[in-house]
Design a protein around this ligand. Structure first.
Ligand SMILES: [Zn+2]
Length: 110
């Protein structure tokens, strides 16, 4: 991986962290408890609860990815960045550009 490639990936990580942080903020607003007397009909309330369930799931996933991206940002200047933790081969710039939080190559991830 060249210095330039690392720089591009670093910018992508920082950009993704920014987007995710914003999404998490929005989702945290949406998953606040639904007040029992907020004037919704029964069906609407069930729908709202279903939606909340989905949002909670998305929120969990977003938080996990955010942690991984922050870890990737701390690893990026170290020699092990872009090296598979299983087979110790290079993960490949293509994969690292799409999923910079990867710690395994495509083969080991499957
Ligand atoms: Zn591997």
């Amino acid at each position: 991986m060249t210095k330039q490639e690392k720089q591009t990936i670093k910018e992508k990580i920082e950009n993704d962290i920014c987007i995710l942080t914003e999404q998490i903020g929005d989702l945290e607003e949406k998953v606040k408890p639904i007040s029992p007397d907020c004037g919704l009909g029964r069906l609407t309330r069930l729908e709202a609860m279903g939606e909340q369930h989905v949002n909670n799931k998305v929120l969990d996933e977003a938080r996990v990815r955010l942690t991984r991206l922050n870890n990737a940002l701390q690893r990026i200047d170290k020699p092990m960045f872009g090296i598979c933790i299983e087979c110790e081969e290079s993960i490949g710039v293509g994969r690292m550009s799409v999923r910079p939080e990867s710690v395994r190559c495509v083969e080991c991830a499957n």
